[in-house]
Write a protein of this length. Structure first.
Length: 160
């Protein structure tokens, strides 16, 4: 049918009969109501057989494009891949990077460098004045130069 008008109920039933979409009971009832459809169905089947046997399919230009379009339309939609926000290997890599960053900051800005037990080693002690005695006292990792015989400084003395 080439018109755009809707099919009548008779035309719908006739089309369903020719296509073989009616049940056996409905087809038998339709044949009883319209006995001419048996001859029409037989001639339609013969015409279809002749067309299938002798007609040549038209050459389709750009067949690959149309096949691609058709396959894209009928292809099932891929299921969305469910990915974890942070896979385990990324989490481990981020943790190691953070650990190195924290260690670098600690080594650079926070940690006080290790000092030797003594900043200076006292080799000899001599006093320029015979009335003054000086001696080195070592104990518990501390070296102290003890000077004895000096006068006390006044409270208003300013060291220059």
């Amino acid at each position: 049918m080439n018109n755009s008008e809707p099919l009548t109920p008779h035309e719908e039933k006739l089309t369903a009969y020719f296509d073989g979409c009616l049940s056996a009971a409905e087809a038998a009832a339709f044949e009883r109501e319209h006995p001419e459809v048996l001859a029409e169905k037989a001639s339609t089947a013969r015409l279809g057989d002749v067309l299938r046997a002798h007609s040549v399919a038209p050459a389709m230009h750009h067949a690959d494009f149309f096949n691609h379009q058709i396959l894209r339309e009928i292809a099932p939609a891929p299921a969305p891949a469910r990915r974890a926000a942070w896979p385990l290997w990324r989490l481990a890599f981020a943790s190691v990077c953070c650990l190195f960053a924290v260690l670098g900051i600690y080594q650079t800005f926070v940690k006080v460098p290790a000092r030797p037990r003594n900043f200076a080693q006292v080799l000899s002690v001599t006093a320029g004045d015979p009335g003054i005695t000086a001696e080195v006292i070592d104990g518990d990792g501390i070296s102290v130069v003890w000077v004895d015989g000096l006068d006390y400084l006044s409270k208003d003395y300013v060291l220059e």
